[in-house]
Design a protein around this ligand. Structure first.
Ligand code: PNS
Length: 162
């Protein structure tokens, strides 16, 4: 059985993330979407809230399981016994970041590997940061975030404005 691990901050989960999860789920038997922390980022949503949003968005996919982890990516990768990590790339700078992360992770665990999926053209400008920027000024985020969580994200951003 092949299993892949799609890690990310998902703060919040975007339509771009959903497309990568959907496509990755087609090239393996089981896809673990793991919500994690990046020490360089300040989050709008807690780890638990990000897990809940990802679960809501991905509920329709039978071979996807959503988990949360506050640890190292290589540790959960080893624990789950996955074949590879999957990440989406939108640009050359994403590619550089992913290449660096892969090298660092392979130094920590030689069995680590990663596969990169180029994102869809029409989703290439969407990022969680853009969603937060647009939404915090009251802009329409409905084309950027899956319908099931638009209200949750808007509500949190509205609170930040008061
Ligand atoms: O969505 P992001 O913020 O680009 O995801 C980055 C993430 C969370 C996958 C990365 O920061 C990560 O792996 N965090 C877990 C801690 C860890 O293992 N850091 C070492 C990475 S080289």
């Amino acid at each position: 059985m092949t299993s892949l691990l799609f890690p990310g901050s998902f703060d919040p989960f975007t339509r771009g993330h959903k497309d990568i999860a959907r496509r990755a789920s087609k090239i393996c038997d089981k896809l673990y979407v793991v919500v994690m922390n990046n020490s360089k980022k300040n989050y709008l949503f807690s780890l638990e809230e990000r897990v809940d949003m990802a679960k809501t968005v991905l509920a329709e996919y039978e071979n996807i399981e959503v988990l949360g982890s506050d640890g190292l990516l290589v540790d959960i990768f080893k624990d789950l016994g996955c074949n590879a990590v999957v990440r989406g790339i939108r640009s050359e700078s994403d590619f550089r970041f992913e290449a660096e992360m892969a090298l660092a992770n392979r130094m920590l665990y030689s069995g680590y590997d990663v596969t990169l999926l180029p994102c869809r053209d029409d989703l290439s400008l969407i990022s969680s940061s853009i969603v937060k920027e647009v939404g915090s000024y009251g802009g329409d985020i409905s084309k950027m975030v899956p319908a099931q969580i638009v209200e949750t994200v808007n509500e949190r951003l509205r609170k930040g404005r008061t």
